[in-house]
Design a protein around this ligand. Structure first.
Ligand SMILES: [Zn+2]
Length: 212
């Protein structure tokens, strides 16, 4: 998938970002500098794939917990079993609730999905996958609904308003922390991405691979 979107009307690559739509699955809005038309680009690299939306009862149950361990898992990529065991151990020891945010990524050079047309997540993480927004505190939300491109150079760009006034945790395979200016008397706002831990190296796109 090309990182440079084109205007679907005139084909120009001279575009301006116009923010994200305010929907459960936000899309990037662009305007074209040549023909002035606006269009939307999905943030999802792989549209057809299993979904992990929890029902309301399950969401409100999760939101009531006291302590969380949030990480993310990329499709078609096995977990590193030793690191996963450490995570499970940590979660148990600390009485934490494990939340795994699914990441969708189609990497043509990945060693894991050469012949693999299906989109899957490892059995280990499946019980913990969440694609909802979890408002675990009025000032801290887990943004399971955001499908950020795994290859995005600056994945937190444009997301500041998605969690309204709350700080937010997004799933992605780079670590990034960003503070967002807020009006006086409001708590500072912090956007975090959780790094994913997988087995092996991610190939050739110049990013750090997941490691154990
Ligand atoms: Zn155009």
């Amino acid at each position: 998938m090309s990182d440079t979107p084109q205007c679907p009307i005139c084909g120009s690559e001279s575009l301006q970002k116009r923010g994200l739509t305010k929907s459960e699955e936000p899309k990037q809005q662009y305007s074209c500098n040549v023909c002035n038309r606006w269009f939307l680009v999905s943030l999802v690299e792989i549209a057809a794939s299993p979904e992990f939306f929890l029902n309301k009862a399950r969401v409100s149950d999760l939101e009531k917990k006291n302590r969380y361990f949030v990480t993310c898992s990329q499709n078609n990529t096995p977990v590193d079993f030793r690191f996963w065991a450490s995570v499970k151990h940590y979660v148990k020891k600390n009485d934490s609730t494990l939340v795994v945010l699914p990441i969708r990524y189609r990497n043509p050079t990945s060693i894991f999905n050469k012949q693999d047309q299906d989109v899957w997540w490892p059995d280990e993480v499946q019980p913990y996958l969440v694609e909802n927004i979890l408002k675990i505190h009025p000032d801290l939300w887990i943004m399971g609904n955001m499908r950020i491109q795994a290859t995005a150079e600056n994945p937190l760009l444009g997301l500041d308003s998605m969690s309204q006034g709350a700080s937010a945790i997004y799933g992605h395979n780079q670590i990034q922390m960003k503070t967002v200016p807020t009006p006086q008397n409001l708590l500072p706002k912090i956007c975090n991405r959780q790094r994913l831990w997988t087995e092996g190296k991610k190939a050739t796109n110049g990013q750090q691979g997941g490691s154990s």
